[in-house]
Design a protein around this ligand. Sequence first.
Ligand SMILES: *[C@@H]1O[C@H](CO)[C@@H](O)[C@H](O)[C@H]1NC(C)=O
Length: 232
Amino acid sequence: MTMRALCFLSFLVFAIHGTRAVEYSVTNNALTTPGGVTFRDKIGAAYAKQTLDSATQFIWRVFQQNTPADRKNVQKVSLFVDDIHDMDGVVAYTNTSNDDIHLNARYVNSNSGDLKTGITGVLYHEMTHVWQWYGNGQAPGGLIKGMADYVRLKANYAASNWGKPGEGQKWDQGYTVTAYFLDYCDSLKSGFVAQLNKLMRTGYSDQFFVQLLGKSVDQLWRDYKAKYGNIP
Ligand SMILES: *[C@@H]1O[C@H](CO)[C@@H](O)[C@H](O)[C@H]1NC(C)=O
């Protein structure tokens, strides 16, 4: 191989690596609790780190955040396993001021199904909170949470206790209700969720639905409910 080719190759490796230089850390603060021990023995820091990275790659694809300019400037994501007892049975939460994800050891201890799959799904949901845009604080909280479950759904990590498509009272009810509704919207126009997220970089308006799909969000919700045989 010529020197020139070698130089080019190392440039390429650097360029590819440079765009993916997100650092991950995993800290288990709950080793004195059953959930913390279960996390150590059944999940492990290595698997958790690898999952944080694959979630990031997946989210960038779903949101079509192909270059660093499309993404939040996040250098490091830290996962903590904590014994959280003062937040009413919370599974996990993400602090978007510092990109820390907190997983509740009590949830790890109570998760009955396939533990590894369940935790992986939770990490995909939380990692979406790291990368998604928040409409400058104006977006409905239910939409934000619904987008995170949409990513989880698309990654095939929907939990077995999730409801079915077509359920729910309001489009922005959040979590799985909104996730299935967004999936319906994306079926009308592939890439819809990515486009919506892009628009949410600087603000939020329900008009984004009209802009992208030619119908109001309320009309889309009625169409969606009708498709599943529910008259709203
Ligand atoms: C979120 O992170 C900020 C910055 O580190 C910190 O001041 C704040 O207390 C954190 N909030 C929660 C709920 O952990």
